[in-house]
Write a new protein. Structure first.
Length: 255
């Protein structure tokens, strides 16, 4: 099994700058990320292929998502990436751990696979020509989405945004990690139908969320059962504002 560490020199420099007055903390970070599980972030032995704590297959995420950043990659000097939660046409979402707080978070990477690629490094490289222009424009919109959603921090029905930044030639935002299931799966588990009163109870929080979003001039444009999460505590949250960011303009049909 290959070592889980993926800290390159650029990362080391960024981390060293952040913790220049805390050498013990710096060494602890660079040591710890070499032996973590990408699912539960427990320490693992170099020869292990399955995490003894949670049973996660340690290489599966990289095999399923070959363009994703490796487990153990550090972003923003503090977020240690774990397994991939999902990949769509415009980005990759990772489970991560905030090294400072030990809280599990989700990190979304702007990675439109029709406009850019990644070759043997952490950097995202845009294709040339019109696609490069579209990549740059999309990145600006991605960051604008993060700034907008950050304004809803504390809204109980909208996924929370903690941070956003540029790195590796692309952009990232850090959001709360939500454990639960999609409304689509929830309905499927109940035979494909819900009683009217239960459906109303689930959708009222989403209506409240959309009312707040529309009040700021944003249109979600992708409210589907897949983008509504029912958390383990019963709360309901609206996810995936990816389509909303491209409603800000019609620069390209490829967006």
């Amino acid at each position: 099994m290959q070592n889980q560490c993926s800290v390159d020199m650029a990362q080391v420099a960024a981390i060293a700058a952040r913790y220049k007055n805390e050498p013990d903390q710096l060494m602890r970070i660079l040591f710890d990320v070499q032996k973590i599980c990408g699912n539960c972030f427990a320490e693992i032995k170099a020869e292990e292929q399955v995490c003894a704590q949670c049973g996660c297959e340690l290489q599966k995420s990289q095999e399923d998502y070959p363009l994703a950043l490796p487990v153990g990659t550090i972003l923003g000097g503090r977020y240690i990436l774990g397994r991939v939660l999902g990949q769509g046409g415009f980005g990759i979402t990772y489970l991560a751990q905030d090294y400072q707080t030990k809280e599990r978070v989700a990190v979304k990477e702007y990675f439109p696979d029709t406009m850019a690629t990644r070759n043997n490094s952490h950097a995202v490289t845009a294709y040339t020509g019109t696609r490069e222009d579209n990549f740059t424009y999309g990145k600006q919109c991605f960051l604008e989405e993060a700034r907008t959603l950050a304004a809803f921090q504390g809204n109980p029905n909208i996924v929370g945004i903690y941070n956003y930044f540029e790195e590796n030639g692309t952009a990232y935002f850090v959001m709360e990690y939500i454990e639960g299931q999609s409304l689509d799966q929830y309905v499927s588990d109940r035979g494909g139908r819900l009683p009217w009163d239960e459906a109303l109870q689930l959708l009222l929080p989403i209506m409240d969320a959309l009312d707040a979003v529309h009040g700021r001039g944003i249109i979600h444009r992708d409210v589907t059962p897949d983008n509504i999460c029912i958390m383990v505590d019963g709360k309901v949250k609206l996810l995936a504002f990816g389509a909303a960011r491209y409603s800000l303009g019609d620069r390209s049909r490829s967006l």
